[in-house]
Design a protein around this ligand. Structure first.
Ligand code: FO1
Length: 491
């Protein structure tokens, strides 16, 4: 590829800060945040391309927030194990150093100053904490540093798909589909940098770091069903034996409504959330097998592209994306009109967290989230049922929303994600939904009850399945505890 051709479509790049320098002389730093992968990463491609154009070195920096929105062992363990693999891949392939910082608002600015960087490339997240960090960094770096943001999480960059808050999938779908020919393209090869980084890259004691983070966050233990890292992610997507596109696609669109076959889910959500796989890679590979299963591929692409980009669109253009203020006027009004309606049960956050309600179906869905780190979100009605009952069982819509988001962020492996916020806002405040027949408590918000679930799937089978799964989880934990005790006694 000639150096004049931009490696990354210009529409993917947003300039957050333009430096005064015309001939940049300092290195390029890619501050990796949401897209924690080497393959198919437009932000990394752009950083290396720019560095090669200016014939300067390039490095990757990662900020570790020790308490990112309540993340525990489940999320941080998964993320750090993935980064450990990324670091070793980086050392054995590209000659690019990887720096890990204990996040303070000054860690990136002082690193840029120390290495005299000319350009900071960041990947894109619509969440307010991330945007506040970037605004703060723009203020703290000197005028010779440019800062550019690359949306490498979405196939069509959020600001290209739409310049405003969209009403729902039906209003954003065509806008996205129109741009797919331009943006759903294959990735250029990642070039190795022309210039080596001055200092030898530092040693990172991953095992010690992971052990301490997992110990601190032990309240929400790691999961067994998803192995972290880019290779594991690609295996889940297209591995010969169990890969989604190879072995499980055929029952995707039907099985999404059968909770007893968890394999019906793509299983990709943890990898997509931490950016260990690119949605664009998933879409490109899915298109290759579309002839075999057009309906399942289209259902998968709808989730993967339209629904996920709709969630980023909501969080990007709606500052109150996780509170009642972020709901449409009609929804806020109808929920407030019914906020004082009599509630049949009232449960505290702790009772809900411990699945101590009188509803066995709801308890099963809560236990699945606590023990398996996910709910059959593809089976919309379970996630919807889970959230809507919280509206019925708490004192008002604000408390319901805060409780649903708290539980979702704490126990989901892919919590703290636009998808999760939109899931809760859709269920409780009718975001991306329409109004329905008015009724107590819900007002015109779509209603869902036990009978509704019974019509859609085998509720008793699901409850029994979760009982078995939780029982097995507890047994494994007890055995692990005994083994550790025995080891301690022997040592
Ligand atoms: N990204 C980071 O750059 N540093 C972190 O320490 C970090 C922790 C973290 C914990 C849980 C989680 O779900 C995501 C986390 N991320 C972290 C990824 C990043 O926060 C994502 O961009 C956001 O979830 C926004 O999409």
């Amino acid at each position: 590829m000639s150096s004049s051709v931009p490696a990354v479509q210009p529409g993917r790049i947003r300039v957050l800060k333009q430096s005064a320098d015309t001939k940049p002389a300092g290195p390029v730093v890619y501050w990796m945040f949401r897209d924690q992968r080497l393959k198919d990463n437009w932000a990394l491609i752009h950083a290396v391309h720019q560095a090669n154009q200016w014939e300067v070195p390039v490095a990757i920096a990662f900020n570790l927030f020790n308490q990112f929105k309540g993340a525990k062992a489940r999320q941080l363990g998964f993320m750090l194990r993935g980064l450990k693999k990324l670091h070793s891949d980086l050392q054995s392939t590209l000659d690019i150093p990887f720096y890990l910082f204990q996040a303070t608002v000054d860690s990136i600015p002082s690193f840029l100053k120390e290495c005299g960087a000319s350009l900071l490339v960041t990947d894109f997240s619509p969440l307010r904490e991330v945007r506040q960090w970037k605004e703060e960094i723009c203020k703290r770096v000197n005028e010779s540093v440019s800062i550019q943001e690359v949306d490498t999480h979405n196939v069509v960059p959020v600001w290209v798909a739409s310049d405003k808050l969209e009403y729902g999938a039906r209003t954003i779908r065509n806008k996205i589909n129109k741009k797919l020919p331009e943006y759903l393209v294959d990735f250029p090869d990642l070039r190795t940098p022309k210039r080596k980084w001055a200092t030898a890259s530092n040693f990172i004691d991953w095992d010690n770091l992971i052990a301490s983070v997992v110990r601190q966050g032990a309240e929400v233990p790691e999961l067994e069903w998803c192995e972290p890292g880019e290779r594991a992610a690609l295996e889940v997507l297209m591995g010969d034996k169990t890969g989604f596109l190879k072995a499980r696609l055929k029952n995707y669109s039907t099985d999404r409504n059968n909770p007893l076959k968890p394999k019906g889910l793509s299983g990709l959500s943890p990898y997509l959330h931490f950016g260990q796989i690119s949605a664009q890679r998933c879409a490109l590979e899915a298109q290759k097998v579309r002839k075999l299963n057009p309906q399942a591929v289209d259902a998968f692409l709808e989730e993967l592209i339209v629904r996920r980009e709709l969630a980023d669109n909501f969080c990007f253009y709606q500052p109150h994306y996780d509170s009642l203020q972020g709901a449409w006027e009609w929804a806020r009004k109808t929920l407030m009109d019914h906020a004082a309606d009599k509630r049949e049960h009232l449960y505290t956050r702790e009772q809900l967290e411990k699945a101590q309600t009188a509803d066995p179906l709801w308890n099963a869905s809560q236990l699945e989230m606590v023990y398996c780190g996910k709910m059959h979100v593809k089976l919309i009605c379970i996630m919807m049922y889970w959230a809507k009952k919280i509206l019925e069982w708490t004192s008002g819509p604000e408390e319901a929303l805060a409780t649903a988001i708290y539980l979702n962020d704490k126990y989901h492996i892919d919590g703290r994600d636009p998808n999760g916020y939109v899931g809760c806002m859709w269920s409780i405040c009718g975001v991306h939904d329409q109004g329905w027949q008015e009724r107590p408590i819900f007002g015109k918000i779509r209603y869902m009850n036990y009978a509704g679930c019974k019509r859609k799937f085998d509720v008793d089978g699901y409850i029994a399945y979760i009982k078995r799964t939780v029982g097995e989880c507890k047994k494994r934990k007890a055995e692990a505890l005994l083994n550790n005790k025995a080891k301690e006694l022997r040592s």
